[in-house]
Design a protein around this ligand. Structure first.
Ligand SMILES: [Fe+2]
Length: 342
């Protein structure tokens, strides 16, 4: 349950949806194991030679890494607090004529959830919803002291989009997401606008970046980064050191964000998208929520977050990808953008 008051008749699902897990498809399973367990400090369970799971808390699964060629996050799993809210979300999707299908018992089992359903999401990232996570009494064996999840969910997901308004509308239609704030920033010479959306007390569960004035996407991967939140500053800094020491690529050094004030660093996962490990972002609890007004920040960081090790080849690959992206439209789900939600 959540602490956000919902008067009778308010059909909003805001506050009752939490990022539960991420499904990644990769052929770099050995690297992922080493990266997740040894560098980041997650609990790892090896299911078989084609599947790994990482835990951050008592949920049996927070990351499912499955063998496959995508080298990307392919699905996001959202935990929904109760069956009534779940039914409401299913109805929103189905009533607009978007196929929504029940996951098989095997799929639910792999994700460690009950009542799994799946429907199409922006950029081809499948959206999955579930009610109850399978928890395990098995103690966590990991290098970190802990991770912050709970009401705020697993963390957040950031994407670059050529259709940022459509994506914002999608999450408003499906989950009653609210706009937390905007950041305007220049990154690698490009003028970016970033929209931060929340669905619960976490400052944002989704961040959508676009390049202003031109519809290009410089990234190969559908997600730009996934964020997880360390329990302590020491944990965050120790993982930073392990990432570097074990030879994984750092992308942005430690710094502090302007809007949610989170201290964090960004490193590159074995699949090529980034993982942000953060600490202590502001929490938008019921009291702050009641008076929150979106603002626009200039610049993504108050200090730090300087780029590390970006090569000329990286830049070249990004430009090549950007030009390629201009030829094919981005996947949106038009029936779930715009219109009144029920
Ligand atoms: Fe982030």
């Amino acid at each position: 349950m959540n602490g956000f008051a919902r008067p009778d008749g308010d059909r909003s699902v805001f506050g009752a949806v939490h990022l539960g897990y991420v499904v990644v498809q990769s052929n770099q399973l050995l690297d992922w194991r080493r990266f997740g367990a040894e560098a980041i400090g997650l609990h790892v369970d090896e299911l078989d030679r084609d599947m790994l799971r990482f835990r951050l808390d008592d949920h049996a699964c927070r990351f499912l890494i499955r063998r496959g060629p995508a080298e990307d996050a392919v699905a996001l799993g959202w935990q929904v607090d109760d069956h009534e809210t779940f039914d409401r979300i299913v109805a929103r999707v189905a009533d607009r004529g978007v196929p929504i299908i029940e996951g098989s018992p095997e799929e639910a089992d792999l994700r460690g959830v009950q009542r799994l359903w799946r429907f199409a999401g922006p950029k081809g990232i499948a959206q999955e919803i579930f009610t109850t996570p399978v928890t395990t009494p098995e103690p966590l064996r990991m290098r970190s002291s802990g991770w912050v999840t709970g009401e705020a969910g697993l963390g957040h997901v950031a994407v670059v989009s050529r259709e940022p308004e459509a994506m914002r509308d999608y999450y408003r239609t499906v989950f009653d997401s609210r706009l937390t704030d905007y950041i305007d920033e220049n990154i690698s010479g490009l003028r970016m606008k970033i929209r931060f959306l929340r669905v619960n007390e976490r400052h944002h569960s989704i961040a959508i970046a676009n390049i202003r004035g031109v519809k290009i996407d410089p990234l190969r991967t559908r997600v730009q980064h996934i964020n997880v939140q360390s329990a302590t500053l020491d944990d965050m800094l120790a993982s930073f050191q392990r990432v570097t020491k074990l030879g994984f690529r750092m992308r942005w050094s430690v710094g502090q964000h302007s809007n949610d004030r989170e201290l964090s660093y960004y490193c590159v996962t074995p699949s090529g998208f980034e993982l942000e490990v953060g600490w202590n972002p502001i929490v938008i609890g019921p009291e702050l929520e009641s008076t929150w007004e979106p603002t626009t920040y200039q610049g993504i960081s108050i200090w730090g977050h300087t780029t590390v090790g970006e090569t000329v080849l990286d830049k070249f690959a990004q430009f090549r990808q950007a030009f390629a992206s201009a030829r094919t439209p981005e996947i949106t789900v038009p029936r779930l953008t715009g219109g009144l939600s029920r």
